[in-house]
Design a protein around this ligand. Structure first.
Ligand code: UD1
Length: 342
């Protein structure tokens, strides 16, 4: 019998890519999303890519404990991957309660219902933001976490702790937290990708929107950081590579291969790239020129963060494979696909 994976927040950027990879790996998937930060574009794209018109989709909000309970009552779920969360760093600073209420309540509801219905495998979508500004780079999973610079970041740390404590208290559940570095790019089909609402906060959507003419000019936030070219260093991870890491992690859970009941993995490439290198890379990969200018630093940004992904490479058998040129070409193809539909 095929195992069934519930993907909460499965209509969003990362969730839709994960859904594709799970289906291609032979899993049944239930997608549930409240559509608060996306439309059906990506879910429709997932159906096209996989050739599966019958993927179950449930429009629901995981803050609603009754709806969450109903989902688990009416479906046999073997594992859940929890994405459903708000993710705008800046907004979380001005509206912390919105973030704490949504991100924490949703996750607790999911764990509670999963546990009650014998679904013992819970994968949480965490973030490298839990490392704050680390003293030593690259970061391993042993690198101490630091207070995050935003309520959004705090919710990631808190959800990790909730999962860790639940796994400890309830022997029937196991958990994996994947700490993503900077997910970028889009599916090579250009049928799914990032769909930011309003002005993008993240670098790559801002780059592609500038290239397509939606934004006039990209601001490079700071060129006076203590890095080789003065711009920040990040570990940009292709979203398809990232999605594949989830398949490895889910398989590890479902096939009883976990060494501990709660495991944490860094999901990154291990190779830092500067903001300027990324811009130049985008220009080269797509043979175009970007309009950009140097601007002041953005509050809350850290100068450098990249992963040591050795543990994920070894234990999950996963490794980032996509070349950055291909990632940046895919991001651009996706933006052009969106423009062609307008
Ligand atoms: C942020 C969050 C991270 C979250 C990620 C994806 C923090 C500290 N970071 O990462 O948790 O997982 O977004 O949503 O909470 N940049 C520009 N111009 C722009 C936009 C960005 O120069 O218009 C620069 C930034 O200064 C930064 C780099 O590009 O140095 C990457 O920025 P961004 O894509 O926003 O990701 P992070 O801030 O690294």
């Amino acid at each position: 019998m095929k195992k069934c994976v519930l993907v909460s927040g499965g209509a969003g950027f990362i969730g839709s890519h994960v859904t594709v990879e799970l289906i291609e790996a032979g899993y049944d998937v239930i997608v549930a999303d409240n559509m608060s930060n996306c439309d059906m574009t990506c879910f429709e794209g997932v159906k096209k890519i996989t050739g599966r018109e019958d993927i179950p989709f449930i429009k629901m909000d995981f803050r609603d404990a009754v709806a969450t309970e109903l989902l688990f009552t009416t479906n046999k779920v073997d594992a859940v991957i929890h994405f459903a969360a708000f993710k705008a760093v800046g907004e979380s600073v001005s509206e912390p309660l919105k973030y704490y209420k949504n991100n924490l309540t949703s996750f607790m509801n999911v764990i509670e219902s999963a546990k009650a219905h014998g679904c013992s495998n819970i994968l949480f979508s965490s973030s490298a933001t839990v490392y704050g500004e680390p003293e030593k780079l690259p970061v391993t999973e042993e690198t101490p976490r630091q207070p995050a610079t935003s309520p959004y970041g705090n919710t990631k740390t808190m959800c990790e702790d909730i999962l860790r404590d639940c796994v400890k208290a309830y022997p029937e559940i196991k958990g994996i937290a994947l700490r993503y570095f900077n997910p970028i790019g889009a599916h090579p089909s250009a049928l799914i990708g990032e769909l930011p609402r309003g002005i993008p906060n993240n670098l790559v959507p801002f780059i592609t929107q500038t290239a397509v003419g939606k934004r006039e000019c990209l601001s490079v936030f700071g060129d006076d950081y203590p890095t080789p070219d003065g711009t920040c260093l990040r570990d940009f991870i292709d979203v398809v590579d990232l999605a594949k890491a989830h398949v490895f992690a889910v398989r590890r859970m479902l096939e009883g291969q976990m060494k501990k009941d709660y495991e944490i993995y860094n999901i990154g490439t291990g190779t830092p790239l500067s903001v300027m290198e990324l811009i130049k890379g985008f220009e080269k990969a797509n043979n175009l020129k970007l309009n950009y200018k140097i601007a002041p630093r953005r509050t809350g940004d850290i100068s450098a963060l990249w992963a040591d992904p050795t543990l994920a490479n070894k234990e999950l058998g996963w490794k980032a494979e996509r070349r950055i040129e291909d990632t940046l070409a895919a991001a651009w193809a996706w933006e052009k696909h969106l423009a062609s539909k307008e």
